[in-house]
Design a protein around this ligand. Structure first.
Ligand SMILES: [Zn+2]
Length: 378
């Protein structure tokens, strides 16, 4: 009898060990608020640029396809961050954007919430509450996972109509992106959130009424521009707004509040090139993103009070530049149609940029940006 019991225990023991290991792993890597030195000079403004799916190889492919030159080379400070999610070594955009936005590791799919589904305030919301101006510019829907993590608190990134409602709950001052249908052709209710934004005092414009670059928004009035009903086009199909919209956002926000601003800009479609294992798509989107980076660096250089941080949420595609690659012609390989677990580069310029040297968690991007802005510890 006892023998049988022990035999059963012996059979089951690997399951117990595995279960224990799993708990230990997820509990072991819960980064907390780091102790950081005071920045040499406090930043008044922070501009965070996220290249979705932009690992080191994506940057390399763009660099060698662009005459061996990228604006990213102008950054004096570089670091590395660990992109993993709370429940998976391979993160998605929702979990990693929540890490940048809110300073917590969370489960894949979650937006602005911790792993226990508790909402966590984002740096954009904290900046807004302190009287700073805030904005976002993206080349996906404005309700897509990355921008969503800065403004919404929902369990699933798929709830884009619910995420759209968050734009009415926050006083975000400037935003540009696709996904107008989640505002004005809703399926979960009869609300027209574009009209509600107008009633709230926003100047709301969209692609059907003309190009963004033909508009000259008054910095005293909040501004929203929908670049598409659904997802905006790839740059190779004629999308041109990312760089000019980024510059417009920085100029607008600088005047909008004298307390400073927080701006998030995303090159959203580098990731889609990775998912499609399409090297040309990756390269064209990364070069387009780099143009926005160039204009933002020019702005920060002239302004002198702006910290610029560039990073990615994760790498997509397991993208490799294989033998046979030449300047201007990549011979690409891919290991997956999904994301990979690579360490992700971070570039920084301006006051507080010295905080971004080293290797750290993706959540530390949040804590370092806060420190640079002089926000108090939590
Ligand atoms: Zn992706």
């Amino acid at each position: 009898m006892y023998k049988r019991f022990f035999f059963l225990l012996l059979l089951l023991s690997p399951i117990f060990i595995l279960a224990q290991k799993k708990t230990a792993t997820s509990a072991a890597y819960t980064p907390t608020q780091p102790t950081l030195p005071k920045p040499l000079k406090q930043a008044k403004n922070v501009i965070l640029l996220i290249g979705d799916g932009m690992g080191l190889t994506q940057i390399s492919g763009a660099l060698y396809s662009n005459g061996n030159k990228l604006n990213l080379e102008r950054f004096p400070v570089a670091g590395l961050q660990k992109s993993y999610a709370a429940n998976d070594l391979i993160t998605d955009s929702a979990a990693s954007a929540t890490s940048f936005a809110c300073g917590v590791k969370t489960n894949n799919g979650a937006i602005g919430m911790d792993r226990d589904s508790m909402p966590v305030p984002s740096i954009l919301e904290e900046a807004e509450a302190k009287g700073l101006a805030t904005g976002m510019v993206v080349t996906s829907t404005i309700t897509h996972a990355t921008p969503a993590a800065f403004i919404a608190h929902v369990k699933s990134r798929k709830s884009e109509e619910e995420i759209a409602e968050a734009f009415l709950k926050t006083e975000i001052d400037f935003f540009v992106g696709g996904g107008e249908k989640f505002f004005n052709q809703r399926t979960i209710d009869q609300r027209n959130l574009s009209d509600e934004l107008t009633k709230k005092g926003y100047l709301v414009a969209d692609f059907s009424k003309g190009n963004l670059t033909d508009l000259n928004p008054d910095p005293k009035q909040n501004f929203a521009y929908f670049s598409a009903a659904e997802n905006p086009l790839p740059v190779s199909s004629g999308r041109t707004y990312l760089a000019p919209a980024s510059k417009m956002a920085a100029d607008f926000l600088k005047v909008h509040s004298d307390k400073g601003f927080f701006l998030m800009i995303e090159g959203s479609q580098i990731d889609w090139g990775g998912h499609g294992n399409n090297s040309d798509y990756i390269v064209s989107e990364t070069i387009d993103f780099d143009k926005a980076i160039g204009l933002i660096l020019d702005f920060a250089k002239a302004d002198g009070e702006t910290l610029v941080v560039v990073t990615a949420d994760h790498e997509t595609g397991g993208y490799a530049l294989n033998p046979g690659s030449e300047f201007g012609k990549m011979t690409a390989g891919f290991t997956t149609a999904g994301h990979s677990a690579q360490l992700i580069p971070v570039f920084a310029y301006g006051p507080g940029s010295e905080l971004f040297y080293g290797t750290y968690e993706n959540t530390d991007i949040y804590w370092r940006m806060r420190k640079a802005l002089g926000f108090e510890n939590k």
